[in-house]
Design a binder for this molecule. Sequence first.
Ligand SMILES: [Zn+2]
Ligand SMILES: [Zn+2]
Length: 335
Amino acid sequence: MASMRAMVLERPGSPLVMRERPVPTPGAGEILVKIAACGVCRTDLHLVDGELPNPKLPIVPGHEIVGRVAALGAGVEGLDVTGRALGERVGVPWLGHTCQACVYCRDGRENLCDAPLFTGYTRDGGYATHVVADARFCFPLTGSSDDAETAPLLCAGLIGWRSYRVAGEGQALGLYGFGAAAHILAQVAAWQGRRVYAFTRPGDMAAQSLARSLGAVWAGGSEETQPELLDAAIIFAPVGALVPLALKAVRKGGRVVCGGIHMSDIPSFPYRDLWEERQIVSVANLTREDARDFLAIAPQAGVKTTVTRYPLVEANAALADLRQGRIQGAAVLIP
Ligand SMILES: [Zn+2]
Ligand SMILES: [Zn+2]
């Protein structure tokens, strides 16, 4: 039997370990994907650190997967919408499965499904040579873009895009935490003619200069004051203390969007900072519609990702570098 390799989390708080396993067989409605690249997302860090409730254990993390279809399960071939062909390049995102029956699924909000599966959290993900995925939740990746440079679009891009849409149409947009998601979104926002204000860790000159090079009109530390009030702010850094800071940076009626799955506690703040119809909202997961929209827009906007490649076996080093803020753009694992 053919075997595959995977970096496995057996217990939160412990390093990933390399394991050999038989290559899985796709079930009905599933595909087997031979992985070419998998992005490293901050959510993976939260998973490894035990900050996300009830992961499947052991679990293979990773939900920014680019690969090629290596086998089809029953019923996949010939379906109009979900039909995938052998050898086709596909992306496998965080949203791995939804029930299609709960009130959220029926209401066009499958990102909030009551019985979902998430790639690399509650079903095995892409820190591996192979993965099995629900064919209906994979996306064809056309074009000739580099596999590693495409991988970050699958989460940083998609959930960034959902956050961006929730932020509204305002022209002055703040991005707090200039990592994988912000470095993609800044390009889309600048392409749409918006004014991007990039807030980084104080003193992170490398991130600030990356932000300016990608179209930000201003970049500074999170405690600095930008030259105009913002219409909206998106917080990608997992730092609750940024919420009251961002509220002070938005104008009346402005919106603060929390784009991550986990954040440290939000400190208390005076009600007057929320007054005048300022809003705080969170964004959870993605819908397949978000993915289709964003994957169409990214090439039009000329989105180019900045990636650092790591061999699969170096996954722990990639996570450590992400934790320490040593990565410009996005880290990507190559099996
Ligand atoms: Zn559902
Ligand atoms: Zn992610």
